[in-house]
Design a protein around this ligand. Structure first.
Ligand code: NAD
Ligand code: ZN
Ligand code: ZN
Length: 385
């Protein structure tokens, strides 16, 4: 089969590799009909998450069940499914607590309580390096889906692939950000980052009754997209007045909730690059720092942007003085996916309007390049195997 294989930073190619087969009685093989490139894939593509052996990438995918193992009860060949990005057993301590990204069984090689690159990480993820289980991902014609009774959700023929594809990750991730931020109605929510995840968070903020939603980014075309499809006010962080804008909108107090939907690959100034070298650090947490400054006292900062390493100058004192609650982590997609699917069916939520590029799988390397370099007005790339 054909699949997008990561070889080394910035070097991905569409290769012919063995088609996956059932390995466990609880596996399914899915023929992928649509898959997307995520901001999280860029962390591998740009070398911030190390991967030394070739690996098929992709954790946002859906398709048709081809084959199921003898212990699979809920799926049959021919079922059309969307598959959450975490590989989760469904029955361990963490799965039972609705924390599928922390599954104790799906990453036997590198799992543990510490949570850093050297000693241990969380549960398995599709197409997300050997640190997270080394599972081949879904930017491919076929993919092996372990614990097939736990993750995949069946979807009806009345919905198109594009309407439901983002249930695998970015829509539940946006929803997670807003749920963690405790949005119940009437709040001012500032979303740092107007990429696909940030835009989903904005849509979910409105759904949960926010009174005012402000989008922040440094790319004018992404701010424009956020205004267009998420009906938010926006401010460009490069203007230097994003913080003042958010405070001015809230009588000087700051937003009730700030979402960091940027993560460690925030744009780095030359000064940050020098500081990275001096401190031996990767990436930047400027987006998080803006969120901490822009949130009101007693407010909540909800971080879904991905971070991978420790940072000096973490604003501990500021968080303490302001009494800020911070929530971090991978989205528990399994927890929210059914409700979100219902809202899509009912027409309360729409996610497909972030798509700017549709490419055949064969052109996936070009898709990575235009998404990574933000060429051609790119917001979200969907690949068709
Ligand atoms: P993306 O790269 O398309 O979006 C990031 C956006 O941040 C871009 O629009 C960029 O212009 C903007 N940006 C860069 N520097 C900025 C700054 N200093 N201030 C404000 N905006 C800035 O990626 P995405 O797909 O939207 O994903 C966003 C983040 O969410 C990534 O870190 C990704 O890994 C993470 N993510 C997390 C989860 C989860 O489960 N927690 C799931 C999916 C994605
Ligand atoms: Zn993703
Ligand atoms: Zn588990």
């Amino acid at each position: 089969m054909k699949a997008l294989v990561f070889h080394s930073p910035k070097h991905v190619s569409v290769d012919t590799i063995d088609t996956p087969v059932l390995e466990q009685a609880t596996d399914a093989i899915v023929r992928v009909t649509s898959t997307a490139i995520c901001g999280s894939d860029l962390h591998i593509y740009n070398g911030l998450f190390p991967q030394t052996r070739p690996l098929v990438l992709g954790h946002e995918f859906m398709g048709i069940v081809e084959e199921v193992g003898s212990d699979v009860r809920k799926l049959r060949p021919g079922d059309r499914v969307v598959v959450p990005f975490a590989v989760a057993c469904g029955s361990c301590f963490f799965c039972e607590r609705n924390l599928p990204g922390h599954c104790e069984r799906s990453n036997p090689g590198h799992y543990g309580p510490e949570g850093n690159v050297i000693s241990s990480k969380g549960g398995g993820l599709f197409g997300y390096t050997d640190l997270y289980g080394g599972y081949a991902g879904g930017q491919a014609e076929y993919v092996r889906v372990p614990y097939a009774d736990t993750g995949p959700r069946k979807v009806g023929a009345e919905l198109t692939d594009e309407q439901v594809l983002f249930l695998t990750d970015i829509l539940p991730t946006g929803y997670t950000a807003i749920d963690w931020a405790g949005v119940r109605g009437g709040e001012t929510v500032a979303v740092i980052g107007c990429g696909p995840v940030g835009i989903m968070a904005m849509k979910c903020a409105w759904l949960r009754g926010a009174a005012r939603v402000i989008g922040v980014d440094r790319e004018e075309y992404r701010l424009e997209r956020a205004r267009e499809i998420a009906s938010v006010e926006t401010v460009n962080v490069e203007s230097g007045v994003a913080l003042e804008f958010i405070r001015a909108a809230t009588d000087g107090r700051g937003a009730d909730a700030c979402i960091d939907a940027v993560g460690m690959e925030a744009h780095r100034t030359p000064l940050v690059k020098i500081s990275n070298l001096v401190h031996g650090q990767l990436g930047s947490f400027v987006a998080f720092k803006l969120a901490v400054s822009a949130v009101r006292r007693g407010g909540i900062v909800s971080v879904v942007g991905v971070y991978g390493v420790p940072y000096d100058n973490f604003p501990l004192g500021q968080l303490f003085d302001k009494g800020v609650t911070v929530r971090f982590g991978q989205a528990p997609v399994h927890k929210y996916v059914d409700q979100l699917l219902m809202w899509i069916k009912e027409g309360k939520l729409r996610a497909d309007d972030v798509i700017t590029h549709r490419l055949p799988l064969a052109e996936a390397p070009r898709g990575y390049d235009i998404f990574n370099t933000k060429k051609d007005g790119c917001v979200k790339v969907v690949l068709k195997p």
